[in-house]
Design a protein around this ligand. Structure first.
Ligand SMILES: *Cc1c(COP(=O)(O)O)cnc(C)c1O
Length: 222
């Protein structure tokens, strides 16, 4: 299925202009991304490092690339030169490595701290103690810029569960938004995907990560 231009347009019309749509293009061919680019999509989200690097090389350079997957420390170096925003920072070790690569490329790398909100063991993220401990370390990490938080709700048909998880993240976001430092200033709250963005936005999300709704269902090669 090609990029769903009309779905994208009506989504854009439905939501407030302060909400950024990240078009999640993982597993999709470059031609599909180019179609999206041609109707002015500039924010793309990818989950796999090699795939992101390949797409970066093939596509126009004014694209803002979001890394939304689970990032391994030893792969940060491949995306550090060009990545716009790393959504899934879920450990101090990873943040230290991102900082190191930022130093190497003489830039500040923007990151979101991923917070664990779901009741599912399979999801990644920091708890509040880990969040506090990362914040303590930030004065030594001058090549990272924490610009917000990211979370993934449970995959559940019970809307109340999902809403509670988004509310929990928003409360944490608000709590930590009041204190800002040189490299910690929360502005972006990345929550909501194809199945739950309609709930995430009223809960305070200003960045949604939309894949299958825009590009069709994904097929994973075995
Ligand atoms: C794949 C993915 C998405 C997009 O999911 P859809 O349900 O296809 O919209 C959003 N966020 C993350 C972290 C993902 O891995």
């Amino acid at each position: 299925m090609p990029f769903q231009t009309s779905v994208y347009s009506s989504l854009k019309n439905q939501i407030d202009s302060n909400v950024t749509i990240v078009a999640v293009s993982k597993t999709k061919p470059i031609a599909d991304l180019q179609e999206a680019y041609d109707i002015d999509v500039r924010d793309f989200g990818e989950n796999y490092v090699q795939e992101l690097v390949d797409k970066y090389e093939a596509l126009p350079k004014d694209i803002r690339w979001h890394f939304i997957g689970h990032l391994q420390s030893n792969k940060v170096k491949y995306i550090a030169p060009f990545v716009h925003l790393i959504h899934g920072v879920d450990s101090e070790k990873l943040l230290i490595e991102i900082n190191k690569q930022g130093e190497k490329f003489n830039k500040k790398i923007s990151c979101l701290l991923q917070i664990y909100i779901a009741k599912e063991e399979t999801k990644f993220g920091l708890n509040e103690d880990e969040l506090e401990s990362i914040i303590q370390k930030l004065p030594q990490l001058n090549n990272v810029q924490i610009v917000g938080m990211m979370g993934m709700a449970s995959f559940s048909s019970d809307n109340q569960i999902v809403k509670n998880e988004f509310d929990t993240l928003k409360q944490l976001f608000d709590k930590y938004s009041t204190s800002s430092t040189e490299n910690f200033k929360l502005e972006t709250l990345s929550m909501g995907m194809s199945g739950d963005y309609k709930m995430a936005i009223p809960c305070g999300s200003n960045m949604i990560r939309i894949g299958s709704m825009l590009f069709g269902e994904r097929e994973y090669k075995k």
